[in-house]
Design a protein around this ligand. Structure first.
Ligand code: SF4
Ligand code: SF4
Length: 135
């Protein structure tokens, strides 16, 4: 039987794994919001980039793992260049994508998607999808 302590430990483990994969310290962020102010992708996001990192700080990993923001992120490094604390949010977004992809769950088969849909998909989702097939 899973206890609430087990669930809490799992969330902490996921945040630690995100830090390990990204090489970043999520707790260094002090929520100034400069990353979100300069992000070119926020119209397609359901969480602002600074909200993603805040949720990780609070251990609310479930919300981060199911958000659209990580797939809408274009890995443009604008947030990293604006951050006064030197937090590279681009790498944190990639680490979250990696954790999801390593679960190896197929939500859609790329080869079966219609061309019109592929044209509208976020590029990060497509690139990550192909990377999953080449690991
Ligand atoms: S710019 Fe850096 S310190 Fe400011 S909210 Fe974004 S990640 Fe946090
Ligand atoms: S790397 Fe992603 S989160 Fe950062 S500014 Fe670019 S699109 Fe936004």
């Amino acid at each position: 039987m899973r206890t609430s302590l087990d669930a809490e430990q799992l969330k902490n483990d996921i945040v630690a794994r995100i830090e390990e994969l990204s090489g970043e310290n999520v707790y260094a962020c002090y929520q100034c919001g400069r990353c979100s102010a300069g992000c070119p992708g926020i119209e397609a996001m359901d969480l602002l980039p600074n909200q993603v990192i805040r949720l990780l700080q609070m251990g609310q990993v479930d919300e981060v793992l199911r958000c659209k923001t990580i797939w809408a992120c274009a890995s443009c490094f604008t947030c990293e260049s604006r951050c006064p604390k030197g937090v590279d949010l681009t790498r944190i977004m990639e680490a979250v994508r990696q954790i999801i992809l390593r679960q190896n769950i197929d939500h859609a088969k790329l080869a079966e998607l219609p061309d019109e849909m592929i044209e509208d998909l976020p590029q990060a989702a497509l690139v990550s999808g192909f990377r999953k097939l080449t690991s």
